[in-house]
Design a protein around this ligand. Structure first.
Ligand SMILES: NC(=O)c1ccc[n+]([C@@H]2O[C@H](COP(=O)([O-])OP(=O)(O)OC[C@H]3O[C@@H](n4cnc5c(N)ncnc54)[C@H](OP(=O)(O)O)[C@@H]3O)[C@@H](O)[C@H]2O)c1
Length: 269
C-alpha cells in the first residue's frame, strides 16, 4: 500500500483508509463481525480510520477493534461535532477514552462552531493528546467557509467529498490545499455506495487492467488517488474482503488523465 504525506501534519498515512459511517454503527452481536473489518483493513496495510460522534456507536466500536488488532499501527481521524461547548468537551473526553488517550487527527465536523472547536482542539494538541487538526465539510455550498478556515492557518488538512461523479473540490478547494500545503482526505469515494452499485460490464474494465484494477470499486478508488493532491481516500465497508479489495487500489500505478476521463465517463452512464 502506498503511503502519502498528510500535508503539513507531517504524518504519513496509507493512500486508502477506512470510513466508519453506518458500517461501524452497530451493537452487541454485530460488533465482533465489524471488528474483523478493521482487522482485515490493518492487515492489508490500511492505517487511517475515520470516525465521528455523529456516527452513533462507530467511535466506540472502532476503538474496541483497534484495541484488539493494533492501536499502535493506526492513525485515528475522528471529529468533534456540536454547537454546545460542554458537549464538545464530552465528545473529546469520550473519544480519548475510546482511542487510548491520544488521537492523531482531530477534525471539526461540518465546521460546526469551528473557531471555538479549534480552540478546544489546539488545547488538546498542546496537552499532547492530539497530533494534528483538520476541518471537514460534505457540501459544496460550504466550500467558501471551508476555504476561509484553510486560509486561517489553524488546520493542517481538510476532509471533503471527491469521486468520479463529484469533482467540485477540483475547482478551488484542491488548488488552495496545494498552495497552502494542506493534506486532503477524500470522503465518499464510492459515492456512498451509489456509484459502486452501478458497475459497468467486466469488459469495460479491460483498459484499466494494466493499472491493477480488478473491480469497479478499485477503478473508482484509483480515480480519486490518481489526483496526487489527495493524501487518502476513505471508503467505508462492512465486509472484510471488501476492505482488502479496496486496500489493493492503494498500490501504484495510478491513472493518467486519459484513464481518469474514461472512469468519469463510465461513472456517468
Ligand atoms: N465529514 C463528513 O461530512 C462525511 C460525510 C460523509 C462521509 N464521511 C466519511 O467518509 C467515509 C466514506 O463515505 P461513505 O461511507 O458515505 O461512502 P463510500 O465509502 O463512498 O461508500 C460506502 C458504500 O460502498 C460499499 N462498498 C465499499 N467497498 C465496496 C466494494 N469494494 N465493492 C462494492 N461495494 C463497496 C459499502 O457497502 P458494504 O458495507 O456492503 O461493503 C457502502 O455501502 C464515511 O464512512 C465517513 O467516514 C464524512
Amino acid at each position: 500500500m502506498q503511503r502519502r504525506r498528510l500535508g503539513r501534519s507531517g504524518l504519513e498515512v496509507s493512500a486508502v483508509g477506512l470510513g466508519t459511517w453506518q458500517v461501524l454503527d452497530v451493537r452487541d452481536r454485530e460488533e465482533e463481525a465489524r471488528h474483523e473489518v478493521v482487522g482485515a483493513a490493518l492487515e492489508a496495510g490500511i492505517t487511517l480510520f475515520d470516525s465521528s460522534p455523529m456516527y452513533g456507536e462507530a467511535e466506540r466500536v472502532l476503538g474496541d477493534a483497534l484495541c484488539k488488532y493494533g492501536r499502535d499501527s493506526a492513525t485515528v481521524a475522528t471529529k468533534v461535532w456540536t454547537s454546545d461547548d460542554r458537549e464538545a468537551e464530552h465528545q473529546t473526553e469520550d473519544a480519548l477514552d475510546f482511542f487510548g488517550g491520544r488521537i492523531e487527527l482531530y477534525q471539526v465536523h461540518n465546521l460546526v462552531a469551528v473557531e471555538k472547536r479549534l480552540d478546544l482542539l489546539e488545547r488538546l494538541k498542546e496537552e499532547g493528546k492530539v497530533c494534528s487538526i483538520g476541518a471537514t465539510h460534505h457540501s459544496r455550498s460550504a466550500f467558501p467557509a471551508l476555504m476561509d478556515v484553510m486560509r486561517g492557518g489553524r488546520v493542517d488538512f481538510v476532509q471533503v467529498p471527491y469521486n468520479a461523479a463529484d469533482v467540485a473540490i477540483t475547482e478551488e478547494v484542491l488548488p488552495l490545499a496545494e498552495e497552502l500545503g494542506l493534506g486532503v482526505i477524500a470522503m465518499v469515494p464510492l459515492g456512498s455506495g451509489r456509484l459502486v452499485r452501478k458497475a459497468p460490464a467486466d469488459k469495460d474494465l479491460e483498459p484499466l487492467r494494466g493499472f491493477g484494477v480488478e473491480t469497479w470499486a478499485q477503478a473508482l478508488l484509483k480515480f480519486v488517488l490518481s489526483d496526487e493532491r489527495v493524501s487518502c481516500a476513505i471508503p467505508a465497508t462492512s465486509k472484510p474482503e471488501r476492505a482488502r479489495e479496496n486496500a489493493r487500489a492503494g498500490e501504484p500505478p495510478f491513472f493518467g488523465s486519459e484513464e481518469r476521463e474514461y472512469v468519469r465517463r463510465l461513472a456517468r452512464r
